[in-house]
Design a protein around this ligand. Structure first.
Ligand code: SDX
Length: 393
């Protein structure tokens, strides 16, 4: 063990670590948060209820839930000084770039006095991070469209508050739609944690050096931005829109199977799931509900997605390589129908995954045997050789 990472020569490209938070059985398509199946949580809990479970290991009692909700609610506002950071960005800056910058800048507001070895200060940093992410995400969106920032409202739940901060304007409030806010809540729960994925491993590795949690979460956001990871929801929708119609699907499936063509079906395949991503099934159901609620149940892009899924799942290439739709396949269509532009899709993923990142960071920092992560390598470079002065080269 080197800190939270153990190096197993059998896995040359991965490090592994111990955790009690999330369990995935990739072959069976099983995902459990602290032992509870993801579909049970997505259907029956609020996002903060699942957040409490991920952070503390048990579903909260009513009293615990109410106290947790009040603490989160009381920290949803950002220090007014932080607002000025946004004006340093171009209006067309990608919101993920803004998220990396603003979340990292939280270190300057809370890190100086933060001792992560003190349980209470660790707790406060966790609460602040989870509470402020929706506000920062909504501000990044508002800044990109040139609208004024909307302050959080304490009488709204986490998902409704976020949607109102995104879509309300000073001259007209945003009518809270229960179907859409239920969909938002479910999407946040589905994205909350996922074991040691690339961005969570980034947060753990950064945190293992003792870096403050805001800087670690900023590193996780940067990693999640990649199109092979959290950026796939944006890429999947752009792919579906490029395909455009059902009759063009075979051409793209052919390209995805061509080893010489870098094109991949975005939203398909997974490092761990060699079966259907259990989150994809819930996302597909949510997609139908949202499109129905906003009058888009006949959206041609949904038809392309469903037909592409059907064709791919019966194609021997995808069957042999065990490539199934993952969470990103239907999330893009759903988020667009909820009113978000494509560049906000990965921001929403980061917003939800902050709970998992913080839970994993806390678990690591609170592990008494924890040491700095130091994955090793298999060296394949030159063996030792004598130096040659430039004139003799
Ligand atoms: C997320 O780790 C997590 O948990 C991540 C995540 C989370 O919640 O944090 O679940 C979120 O990142 C989901 C994945 C989103 N990314 C995409 O949808 C991008 C498209 N998918 C691929 O790029 C790919 O499937 C990966 C990156 C997800 C996995 O890459 P791997 O590990 O290289 O894929 P694999 O080992 O399963 O591939 C097996 C084979 C390979 O061919 P061979 O080299 O064996 O010949 O299948 C091929 C791959 O080339 N393949 C695909 C494909 N995905 C893999 N071929 C066509 N289309 C695809 N989408």
């Amino acid at each position: 063990r080197t800190g939270c990472f153990t190096y197993d020569p059998g896995f040359t490209s991965t490090a592994s670590c111990e955790s009690k938070i999330t369990y995935i059985d990739g072959d069976k398509g099983v995902l459990l948060y602290r032992g509870y199946p993801i579909d049970q949580l997505a259907e029956n809990t609020t996002f903060l209820e699942t957040a409490y479970l991920l952070l503390y290991g048990e579903l909260p009692t009513k009293e615990q839930y109410d106290a947790f909700t009040v603490r989160i609610t009381r920290h949803t506002m950002l220090h007014e000084q932080m607002n000025r950071f946004f004006s340093g960005f171009r209006r067309d800056a990608h919101p993920m770039a803004i998220m990396v910058g603003i979340v990292g800048a939280l270190s300057a507001f809370y890190h100086d006095s933060l001792n992560i070895r003190d349980p209470w200060q660790r707790e406060m940093a966790s609460i602040r991070m989870i509470a402020k992410m929706p506000t920062i995400a909504a501000m990044a969106y508002k800044y990109s469209i040139g609208q004024p920032f909307i302050y959080p409202k304490n009488d709204l739940d986490y998902s409704a508050n976020f949607m109102r901060m995104c879509f309300a304007v000073p001259c007209e409030d945003y009518p809270i739609d229960p179907v859409l806010t239920r969909a938002m809540r479910r999407i946040f729960i589905l994205h909350a944690d996922h074991e040691q994925n690339a961005s969570t491993s980034t947060v753990r590795l950064a945190g293992s050096s003792g870096a403050n949690p805001f800087a670690c979460i900023s590193a996780g956001i940067a990693c999640l931005w990649g199109p092979a990871h959290g950026g796939a929801n944006e890429a999947a929708l752009m792919m579906l829109e490029e395909i455009g119609s059902v009759d063009r699907i075979p051409e793209y499936v052919k390209r995805a199977k061509d080893k010489d063509d870098p094109f991949r079906l975005m939203g398909f395949g997974h490092r761990v799931y060699k079966n259907y991503d259990p989150r994809a099934k819930i996302m597909q159901k949510t997609c139908h509900e949202v499109l129905g609620a906003v009058g888009l149940k006949d959206d041609p892009i949904l038809k392309v997605a469903m037909e592409l899924e059907k064709i791919a799942l019966s194609d021997e290439y995808f069957i042999e390589k065990k490539l199934y739709p993952n969470i990103d396949f239907y999330s893009g269509i759903t988020l667009k129908a909820l009113g978000f532009p494509t560049e906000m899709f990965t921001v929403l993923f980061a917003l939800a995954r902050t709970v998992g990142w913080i839970a994993q960071w806390k678990e690591m920092v609170e592990d008494p045997s924890q040491r700095i992560g130091r994955p090793r390598q298999l060296y394949t470079g030159a063996t030792e050789r004598p130096f040659v002065p430039m004139g003799d080269r």
